[in-house]
Design a protein around this ligand. Structure first.
Ligand SMILES: [Zn+2]
Length: 126
């Protein structure tokens, strides 16, 4: 069981490293290798994740300002997701810490933030 978990973790890390290398080397704005946003294509409106691929490319190449311009919500999401993943690792071992790091009010607040971001970026063309 433990060996299977280690294999899964190694595969996930290797996959993330490969993705990081691809996003570092290829610019999603000019490469046809990356998928276009289906929501934007179908509706003409940006989804909350629009610009994330370009933002990741900019971040990996050290251009923080451009990354923020492509998708500011990504900057809020990454620390939040990292905190949630850390909380998940502590769920069984330390349930009190999990409860402190993972209160339901923060989940609802984050969902409201995403919805507000989605609405505002289409109103103000962010
Ligand atoms: Zn999109």
């Amino acid at each position: 069981m433990r060996r299977a978990l280690v294999v899964i973790i190694v595969i996930v890390i290797a996959g993330l490293m490969l993705l990081g290398r691809i996003y570092y080397a290829l610019d999603p704005a000019s490469s046809a290798a990356f998928p276009r946003c289906a929501f934007l294509t179908l509706t003409g409106y940006k989804c909350p994740g629009c610009g994330s691929q370009r933002a990741i490319h900019a971040l990996l190449n050290g251009d923080v300002a451009a990354a923020f311009g492509y998708n500011a919500m990504l900057f809020i999401s990454v620390p939040w997701v990292a905190l949630c993943l850390f909380a998940e690792t502590q769920r069984v071992r330390n349930p009190r810490l999990y409860a402190r790091l993972h209160p339901s009010i923060l989940i609802w607040l984050f969902l409201a933030l995403i919805l507000a971001w989605w609405l505002l970026r289409n109103i103000f063309n962010w």
